[in-house]
Every structure is written in C-alpha cells, then in structure tokens.
Design a protein around this ligand. Structure first.
Ligand code: ADP
Ligand code: MG
Length: 274
C-alpha cells in the first residue's frame, strides 16, 4: 500500500495494521412513509487480529452496522474500508455468522464445511483439497468424529461450531458474528466461548461480533464498543484487559460486564450536542 512511512504522530511501527475502518459512517432507511435513522455517524478502526464487540440496546443499529461492513447495505454517508479499500458489496473476505446457523440439512457436517470453499478460486474443482481443509477446521472445533453426521443429529452447540468451521474455512479477512449464541444453554455457551477464544489465539482472526449480553462482551472482546440508543453512535470504548482464555463465569469477567452494563444505564461521558 502507498502509505508505508508512519506519520509523525501516528501509531508506532509495531502496532498491528488497521483492518476495518469506518469513517463518519451513517445509515438511514427510507420507505414511502418512514425515515429511520439507524446508525451514526460512527468513526472506528478495528486492527488486524483484534476481537471487537459491539454492545448496545436492542434496535440501536448494531446489526445494521455489521451489514454495512459485510457490504449487504451501503452507508448513507461516510465510508467503510477493508485494508484501505472501500467496501461496496459482499465478499468472501468478510463472512457473517448469523443467529440462524444456516447449515444445509441435506448435507453432512463435512459437506457443509466444504460448501463454503467450493467457490473459492484456490479450491474450485479440487474436492480433495476442500476435504482436507474442512477436516482441519472440524478438528479445531472438536467435531472430527462427526464429519459424516447429518445436521439434525447435532446438538445446538455442535451446529454452531459447524457453522463456525464453514465460515472460517475460506480464511476470511474478517469474521462478523451477529448474536449467534443466545439460544444455547449455559454450559454449551461457555464451551463455545472457550473454542472461539482458542481459534482467535491460533488463527489471529479479526473478529467483530454483536451482542446485548454484557458478560459475553467481556468474555470475548479485546475491546467493547458501547453504542447509544438509535441512531447508534459510539458512547464509550472499554478495553478488556484480561488474559485468555477467559472463563465465561470468572469473577473478573463479571466485573467488566458490570462496567459495560453500567455504561449503558448511566453513560459516564456522553457527548453533549453542540
Ligand atoms: P440492533 O441490531 O441493534 O437491534 P438493527 O440494526 O437491527 O438494531 O436496527 C436498527 C434500526 O433500523 C431499527 O429501528 C430497525 O427497525 C431499523 N432497520 C433495520 N433494518 C432496516 C431495513 N432494512 N429497513 C428499514 N428499517 C430498518
Ligand atoms: Mg440485531
């Protein structure tokens, strides 16, 4: 890229590069009889290998923001870039994991993971290579013994891990996660959080996830971005300074969760207009 020399006041040369950048991004939905200001303006930088969690009240525009980064929607103003290039449409470099896991029930576990690879240039028409990579990811998700199982034979947590394997197999630059875990029971959830952190450490993936659960935010995030009610703007960024892997139920995670929740209920430094 052209901007190789660090700026005098810029980050030190050792700082990880900016992966995703939002510059004054806003989103307004217009229909025949209604205008909804959903987001912004939002200014944010997400660094390579960082796990950033968007936290805020229901309806504040979190999913909309993720859709903008995914390229499913265009910002009404401002700009979103991935590695310095404007995001204009969806792409396999930004994969989204949804609440509905979206697995194909007619395909086995491994075929579901391979499906994520079949349109990638590197893997097209190379089923053996697809299978090898799919196996690696299933192993990472502790699902290697279930590769031939049907989706309906899996528990909720296993379905989510399969969906995660499918999303990660094509090696996206950014993984976007929109509240995919609330339907899981507490034990399964704690396990999944452990796996997610394990993956994060091992693959150095850049991940942006959305939640309205403060403990989830504290458990997963390197940085938690707290949003105001709609139109969502950044109210506060909280850096979670805890070693990984973090136990979902650890008291230190709970302390951060309280701090995050308090920010929502009692904004400490809300910017006054004007
Ligand atoms: P969150 O994910 O934080 O709960 P959303 O991003 O889903 O919030 O929604 C933010 C606001 O934008 C809501 O008021 C919602 O009704 C509105 N909205 C979201 N998507 C659309 C759309 N496609 N058309 C019109 N309004 C929308
Ligand atoms: Mg949402």
């Amino acid at each position: 890229m052209e901007r190789s020399a660090p700026k005098p006041n810029g980050p030190p040369a050792t700082a990880p590069p900016v992966k995703v950048q939002l510059k004054n991004a806003t989103k307004t939905f217009q229909s025949a009889n209604q205008i909804t200001e959903a987001v912004g303006p939002v200014d944010l930088e997400v660094n390579e290998g960082e796990f950033v969690v968007f936290f805020g009240p229901s309806g504040c525009g979190k999913s909309t923001l993720l859709n903008l980064i995914a390229g499913f929607e265009e910002p009404s103003s401002g700009e979103i870039t991935l590695e310095g290039k404007p995001v204009t449409r969806p792409g396999s470099d930004r994969l989204m994991l949804f609440q509905e896991h979206g697995l194909f029930p007619w395909l086995s576990v491994i075929k579901n993971v391979m499906y994520g690879l079949k349109n990638e240039r590197e893997y097209r028409f190379r089923p053996r290579k697809q299978r090898d990579v799919a196996r690696q990811w299933l192993k990472m998700m502790h699902l290697e013994e279930f590769e031939r199982a049907s989706i309906h034979e899996l528990s909720g947590g296993m379905k989510q891990r399969t969906a995660l394997a499918r999303a990660l197999a094509p090696d996206p630059k950014v993984l976007l996660i929109d509240e995919p875990f609330p339907a899981l029971d507490a034990l399964v959830r704690a396990k999944l959080y452990g796996d997610l952190q394990d993956i994060l450490v091992r693959t150095k993936k850049t991940i942006i996830s959305v939640t309205h659960d403060p403990r989830e935010a504290a458990c997963l995030g390197d940085r938690v971005v707290v949003f105001t009610p709609r139109p969502g703007r950044i109210q506060k960024e909280i850096r979670v300074d805890l070693p990984r892997p973090r136990d979902f139920n650890a008291p230190a995670v709970g302390e951060y969760a309280s701090q995050i929740m308090a920010e929502l209920e009692n904004p400490s430094d809300e910017k006054q207009p004007g």
